[in-house]
Write a protein that binds this ligand. Sequence first.
Ligand SMILES: [Zn+2]
Length: 286
Amino acid sequence: MSSVSKTGRKTWLDYLKPRKRGVPEGLWLRCKGCGETIFRSRLEENLGVCPEDGCGYHDYVSAKTRIAQLLDEDSFEEWFASLLPVDPLEFVDKKPYKKRLIEEQKRTGLKDACVVGKGYMRGRPLVFGLTDSAFIMGSMGSVVCEKLTRAVEQAMELELPLVILSGSGGGARMHEGIVSLMQMGKVSAALARYQEKGGLFISILTNPTMGGVAASFASLGDIVMAEPKALVGFAGPRVVEATVKQVLPDNFQTSEFLLEHGFIDRIVSRHDLRTEISRIIDFCGV
Ligand SMILES: [Zn+2]
């Protein structure tokens, strides 16, 4: 399937093309933002942000790396790590879901697309959860939202601030059918209870945050921040274009477009995330 839209713009499929994530690919790589060839180690030292002048493309980083970047050293205690996905529908697409799960687990080192737990950020305790687009596009299966829901409930019980970082190109996980669709309501209801009790929820959107993730917990933060130029939206631009029958603006579904339209509160570079989150927690006095 061609992934270039009629207007010649990159479509969301371009951003979601499978990459060999988690597998070292040599010393050099090509930046997806500016096209320059850069040293992998330079990119990694720069938190996965392109170091070329005027680029600053925020590349993918794994869940494990995110935790190391954001939280105080060795402070993260993972919760509910033993929750494993199952195959309630015995679903088969190109391959059986069961087989797909095993392959994804081996490739990414994750049990499913979500990790939650407690950690410290600049000495402040918080509940932290994140989704990783390397695992079936970070789609919302039952384990993803069960972990997130339990994390919200723990944040409520421990009276801690909650930070969830979304990196989910997929929405509901079709391999789990209706079981997957129910998850949006479940996690949203838990967040509503947490917010009624005065909890602080900071949502961080990274590239990509799409579908049911964008349409549920990722949009429900008291404060919603996004990394620069992240792809954030519900349906892909091609579907929207075909539905509304209008040519969409070039920056449609980027963090910058959504900031202009009031959907997010602030765009924050990856280098400043720790500072900004800590500052908001202090400001809210939780
Ligand atoms: Zn670049």
